[in-house]
Design a protein around this ligand. Structure first.
Ligand code: G3D
Ligand code: MG
Length: 220
């Protein structure tokens, strides 16, 4: 996926993966809408939500992909995560099984995408610290062993989520810059340096979004 546009902005696809009920949808909704347990929003079948960031004067457009719950039926295939720049693998700190699932996802992503993708391992529900069954040291050590970063979050209390997405965005920018330099280097030898450009018309995307989720007609 081309990430760096001709205007110097970045477009990244981020997917959330993990067992059902670990809090993936809640983490996204907290980050994008600053809401928790909003039944209206959680039942939306939106495939992704958009978030715009400004990092070091550059605009970063994230499309953050949520599942429609297929993971509960073990039916989440590569079509969901292909072309991703980043993946957040979520487990519930009170649920060992969900941590094992994260390990399976890491294996699958590495097999299918190599090391092209920036990985984050996210221990969610830290407001339930007393019920923790996944020791933090174990999770951090595992993350380090697979080249991922570990974050502890609570979608409920809004802890750690901004920091996690910011860190991921910065790493994706660094990676996109490296890839751009490599590409320019290899093309430069033949005398024609051309950046792989994606032109995104924000207005058009916004309109499409409000059109398909269109329940919010203004009432006078
Ligand atoms: P999923 O998208 O991974 O399937 P959801 O998970 O976001 O649907 O969340 C599953 C349940 O966990 C929800 O509870 C949600 O409120 C709860 N949850 C999500 N994040 C947190 C958190 O940080 N702390 C706590 N305590 N609970 C959380 P319900 O009761 O609606 O099933
Ligand atoms: Mg969900």
């Amino acid at each position: 996926m081309a990430n760096l546009t001709n205007s110097g902005n970045y477009n990244f696809k981020v997917v959330l993966l993990g067992e059902g009920c670990v809090g993936k949808t809640s983490v996204i909704l907290r980050y994008v809408e600053d809401k928790f347990n909003d039944k209206h929003l959680t039942t939306l079948q939106a495939s992704f939500l958009k978030k715009k960031l400004n990092i070091a004067g550059k605009r970063v457009n994230l499309s953050i992909w949520d599942t429609a719950g297929q993971e509960r039926f073990h039916a989440l295939g590569p079509i969901y995560y292909r072309m991703s720049n980043g993946a957040i693998l979520v487990y519930d700190i009170t649920d060992q099984d969900s941590f094992q699932k994260v390990k399976n996802w890491v294996k699958e992503l590495k097999k299918m995408l190599g090391s092209d993708i920036c990985l984050i391992i996210c221990g969610n529900k830290i407001d339930l610290e007393k019920q923790r069954t996944v020791p933090i040291e174990v999770a951090e050590e595992y993350a380090q062993s697979v080249g991922a970063k570990h974050f502890s979050t609570s979608a409920k209390l809004n802890r750690g989520i901004e920091e996690m997405f910011l860190d991921l965005s910065q790493r994706m920018m660094e990676r996109a810059n490296e890839q751009d330099i490599q590409k320019a280097g290899s093309l430069g030898r033949s005398g024609s340096v051309r950046r792989n450009v994606v032109v995104v018309d924000d207005e058009e995307v916004e309109q499409t979004k409000s059109g398909c989720c269109g329940g919010s007609t203004a009432v006078s």
